[in-house]
Design a protein around this ligand. Structure first.
Ligand code: FE
Length: 339
């Protein structure tokens, strides 16, 4: 055998000899838009329990989605984790997820918090925050009130294109119908204290500073401030009231963080195991509490900030409905000029 033929046969042998080693070495490739420090423990615990090593890529939601699309059938990604129903819907619409059938996931995650393709692992509410001196809380008990004439020049908001507001509008479409939902959007826009800018925390700060009277915010931003040791954060929280909206009607709008298995996942067995792991008691506590959220499964969490915010009636709308209404929601904001 000459050298080049020897080389050729060696190369031909390579994939075969490499295969058994890879099969033993179980891995999970996780693309995550979550980036909380407590997640470290969440992942190492999974590896300890299952022997499956996690390779993690963390980036912004849209970057990860773009990356998965560009990688196509060759994508190493097994699981995509993100926040917000509208974003999960986008991944689903692009046909990226594979349906997962798991008795355990069906038993642990309530039906309104999953779709055939993805699962919620924690929930957050979108609440009204009001400046105690500028606005009477009795006047801002419902999302609908934000569009009322009493709040002229008093409403601050982040962009209407942001997934959190898209999902809120998606819920309002489901409860009020498209026409009323659009009327609401126009009413809120007419009440703006300033053009939409910044994130939820910026709205909370603007309300505390009196730049506006009311805004909406996800609960974990408020919980973060409530747990803060900084005196300026404490003073800020003293100036605002947190209102659970629509307690006498459909309940406070609920959004989720969650994920699913990708259609092109090379390690499908590990992927399902990981999703099932996330629905377990310990993982649920880590996953939710790490960002001051509520677990999707019925697990109790000891979190002083969540407790301080009290009990409330959540909207029981299926999150898959939020996903379905996301496109109409964006159109309504566009038509209403909620930039
Ligand atoms: Fe957020």
């Amino acid at each position: 055998m000459n050298t080049s033929r020897l080389l050729l046969s060696l190369i031909a042998l390579l994939p075969l000899s490499a295969a058994p080693a890879l099969a033993q070495d179980k891995v999970l490739n996780l693309y995550s838009a979550r980036h909380y420090q407590t997640d470290e423990a969440l992942y190492s615990n999974f590896t300890r329990q299952t022997g499956i090593k996690i390779n993690r890529i963390e980036a912004k939601e849209d970057e990860l989605l773009e990356r998965i699309r560009n990688e196509g059938v060759n994508s190493p990604a097994d699981i995509f984790l993100t926040v917000d129903a509208a974003r999960l819907a986008k991944a689903d619409e692009l046909g990226l997820f594979a349906p997962v059938k798991s008795k355990l996931l069906e038993a642990r995650i309530p039906a309104n918090l999953r779709s055939p393709d993805w699962f919620a692992f924690s929930t957050r509410a979108r609440v009204i925050v009001a400046n105690r001196e500028l606005v009477k809380t009795e006047e801002v008990q419902n999302y609908e009130d934000l569009a009322g004439p009493k709040l002229k020049g008093k409403v601050c908001s982040r962009s209407g294109s942001h997934p959190y507001n898209i999902s809120l509008m998606a819920a309002l479409i489901a409860h009020l119908g498209e026409a009323k939902a659009e009327e609401w959007a126009r009413g809120v826009v007419a009440n703006f204290a300033r053009a939409p800018k910044g994130g939820d925390t910026d709205q909370i700060k603007a309300v505390a500073a009196g730049e506006c009277g009311v805004a909406v915010s996800n609960t974990y931003y408020l919980a973060r401030l409530l747990r803060s040791e900084k005196p300026e954060d404490r003073r800020l929280m003293e100036r605002i009231a947190i209102v659970w909206p629509n307690q006498k009607s459909f309940g406070a709008h609920i959004n989720i963080s969650g994920g699913g298995m990708l259609k092109t996942a090379p390690n499908k067995e590990s992927a399902v195991k990981f999703l099932e792991y996330l629905a377990g008691d310990d993982a649920q506590r880590y996953f939710a509490d790490g960002n001051n959220e509520w677990p999707a499964a019925s697990v109790t969490v000891k979190n002083p900030a969540l407790e301080a915010m009290g009990k409330f009636k959540p909207d029981s709308l299926p999150v898959s409905t939020l996903a379905k209404n996301a496109v109409s929601a964006q159109r309504i904001y566009d038509r209403a000029g909620w930039k």
